[in-house]
Design a protein around this ligand. Structure first.
Ligand SMILES: Nc1ncnc2c1ncn2[C@@H]1O[C@H](COP(=O)(O)OP(=O)(O)O)[C@@H](O)[C@H]1O
Ligand SMILES: [Mg+2]
Length: 329
């Protein structure tokens, strides 16, 4: 089986985000890995964790030609592995999977079938309804009857991220007044504690680690304090969803308790999660495991974690102005 040669060049996207920074910190401990950082914004902090020659600015995931540009940049920079950490990049990269493989590049990305289900929260709810407790979820289309719901309800985009455009509606009148759009869904409101369960699958749907954490404090959609939780029910919940959706590598299953305390599915993020640093500290170094899988090295059949807590603070890098202006090669 191929081993990563010394100098395996790994490009991590979304370098401004905590997921990318946790991935980079994990892999920087591997002497075989040479890290490269990419972001659309030259102010992204993670760019400045690598030498200037290993930084690159890339377009937004939604921009036309995104995957072609990333592929061309990877060729210029002799990249071997791409680790996307930005939701908007996942679909376009998946669509270009064959071109990346033909160029000898490894993409750390869940299979198409998994992405197809996961990236549409309505499809995900339907897919998992016999697997775990799923809140009632329906499209906000002309057929929706506001009288048939218990309030409050949540209205959110089927393909949203970063908590954008999420609304809580408190009455049938409010829901009746909401603009109907096939891109939105209505969901039963879940009032209880919220968990993120980081899962690692060594093969599609083959889960070897499931690490629940309580989102103790959230600011703008990002956990700023949290703790891992040993709870068989939550661990099995995360593993069951990951198995049913067929994710591979790192993924993050989000759940919230309903009024009776039962964990219920919110969504799955098929990429490195923002609080990956906590999961790594708890004992499961998911980026290292993912690299092992990509390069055909053996991985354990089960990876265990312990209960541990994380608080966060802002940190800084001071760089010359010219570096920010240049941003990247
Ligand atoms: N059905 C729901 N009940 C209660 N809160 C919800 C519900 N759906 C979403 N939320 C809240 O909104 C946040 C973002 O929703 P989520 O489905 O995870 O979408 P995103 O992809 O934007 O992260 C969740 O972390 C949760 O706090
Ligand atoms: Mg979410």
């Amino acid at each position: 089986m191929p081993l990563p040669d010394a100098g395996t060049r790994v490009l991590v996207t979304g370098a401004g985000g905590p997921a990318a920074i946790a991935v980079m910190r994990s892999l920087s401990a591997d002497p075989a890995v040479c890290l490269l950082a990419a972001d659309m914004d030259s102010w992204a902090a993670g760019l400045y964790l690598v030498p200037a020659a290993e930084r690159t600015l890339i377009p937004a995931g939604a921009a036309s030609g995104f995957a072609d540009t990333v592929l061309a940049r990877c060729r210029q920079l002799a990249v071997d592995v791409v680790i996307p950490t930005v939701d908007a990049e996942l679909r376009p990269l998946a669509a270009a999977r064959t071109a990346f493989a033909a160029a000898g590049l490894k993409l750390m990305l869940a299979p198409d079938q998994a992405l197809h289900v996961i990236l549409d929260k309505l499809a995900l709810a339907r897919h998992c309804q016999d697997v775990v407790r799923v809140p009632r979820t329906e499209p906000l289309d002309d057929a929706l009857d506001p009288a048939g719901w218990t309030y409050p309800v949540v209205v959110k985009p089927r393909a949203g991220s970063g908590s954008r455009d999420i609304r809580i509606l408190r009455s049938a009148a409010e829901l009746a007044a909401a603009e109907r759009s096939g891109g939105l869904l209505v969901q039963e409101y879940l009032p209880g504690d919220e968990y993120s369960i980081d899962v690692f699958a060594s093969q599609p749907g083959h889960v070897i680690a499931s690490v629940p954490r309580l989102r103790a404090k959230v600011d703008s959609g990002i956990s700023v304090a949290g703790r891992t939780v040993r709870d068989r029910g939550l661990e099995q919940f995360g593993a069951a969803v990951a198995e049913a959706t067929g994710v591979q590598f790192m993924a993050n299953v989000q759940a919230k308790r309903d009024a009776s305390g039962r964990p219920s599915l919110l969504e799955v993020n098929p990429r490195a999660p923002g609080s990956l640093a906590l999961t790594i500290a708890s004992g499961v170094d998911m980026p290292r495991l993912a690299m092992a899988v990509l390069f055909g090295r053996p991985v354990p059949d089960h990876a265990d974690f312990r209960e541990i807590a994380m608080v966060r603070f802002l940190d800084e890098r001071v760089v010359e102005l010219a570096e920010i202006r240049r941003g990247a090669a």
